[in-house]
Design a protein around this ligand. Sequence first.
Ligand code: FES
Length: 259
Amino acid sequence: MTVEARSVRRSGAQAVPGRANWWVTPVTYLIVLSLFVLYSLWSVVFASGGRHWLVGPYLSPFYSPLIPWTAWPLSSAILVAWIPLGFRASCYYYRKAYYRAFFFDPPACAIREVGHANRRYAGERRFPFILNNLHRLFLYLALVILVVLWIDAINAFRYTNGFYLGVGSMLMLANVVLLTGYTFSCHALRHFVGGSLDCFSCARMGQTRHRLWKWANIVNPYHGNFAWLSLFSVGIVDIYIRLVSAGAFGSCFHSHLGC
Ligand code: FES
């Protein structure tokens, strides 16, 4: 008996033909999401001292926009991090991922739920999952943050009034491109621009909305890819900026090219 088959038998779930490896995806989700949550918690809450998230023209995306509120005794990132956190946590794609990984509810497509047989299904009508219905609100806030991150990325190519090109500048640019892909492929955005209409030609600004809706349709199928890639890029940029700040690559900002 294979390891997968033993795992299926132990869990009580039923495998269907071609689904013997059903557990690989939820386990991968579990590991990746747990690592990201732990790292971002450390960066946002516990590692704000020493300002290693800000060096030269680089600012960590966890800390952007930088809110200079001196009366606030905790990490300034806490003041903004709830927006991207709420946006990702209420994202339709991530909901699928963490419902499978953390709640086994269901663990995978065509795999029976385990241990929920007598439970009354409440969907997303009870706390805390009812908060997922705020996704569109988080989308509006995330769009504002995205504009700020673009400004940060452009500023990463300027230092002491001149042009600067560093690895960090490129990483910040790649990160904001991926975040743009993630935000603009959002299902709620697609619905916002065109999903509620029966007739584009009858609606106000119908042509513009139709064009936006068509663009949203192009990127929307890649939402899952953007979700993972942008998750990695946010973490990588934060780690990289902390390494630069700690002097891991020497002094970076003496010429127009650097780390
Ligand atoms: Fe994923 Fe909106 S559905 S960000």
